[in-house]
Design a protein around this ligand. Structure first.
Ligand code: FES
Length: 154
């Protein structure tokens, strides 16, 4: 995390001195973007840097489901399971992904290429069902489109 300190310093300069707590969210987001997950050592270092209790960072990490505490696969597949996607077949698509990848939701393939997760509404209900791969939305999905998508991921 130390190499991110100059970025954090620049961010900190934009906030009032007593608002260190407000920096927790953008800092952990940047740490995850950099490392792929937020390690225990990152929490300790960030708590020291910001001068906030460690639990304050833990609270942010446990509240927001997009934060990860351990490494994941190169491709993170997140299938929405909320109402609109569910009504348009996301359970069937999730089962298709599980069969295709040979893993259950919440798991990573043995070769480290794919992690499969379920998520709540992604805010794209009008184009349900939705699958997010890393940061990219794939909408109006069906099994054929999933097969084509998986084939294109190296
Ligand atoms: S329910 Fe899936 S995007 Fe809203």
């Amino acid at each position: 995390m130390k190499h991110l300190i100059p970025e954090f310093d620049a961010l900190r300069a934009r906030f009032p001195a007593t608002f260190a707590s407000s920096l927790v969210l953008p800092c952990v987001r940047r740490i995850q973007e950099d490392r792929g997950f937020v390690a225990d050592s990152d929490i300790d270092e960030l708590a020291g840097y910001l001068g906030v209790p460690r639990v304050q960072i833990e609270e942010v990490l446990s509240y927001y489901t997009m934060f990860r505490r351990k490494p994941i696969g190169r491709w993170h597949l997140q299938m929405c399971r909320n109402i609109s996607c569910s009504m348009r077949g996301s359970e069937r698509l999730l089962a298709h992904l599980e069969t295709s990848l040979g893993i259950a939701a919440g798991q990573t393939t043995a070769d480290g290429r794919f992690t499969l997760s379920t998520v709540e509404c992604l805010g794209s209900c009008g184009t349900a069902p939705v699958l997010v791969v890393n940061e990219t939305y794939h909408e109006n999905m069906d099994t054929a489109r999933i097969d084509a998508l998986l084939k294109g991921l190296d």
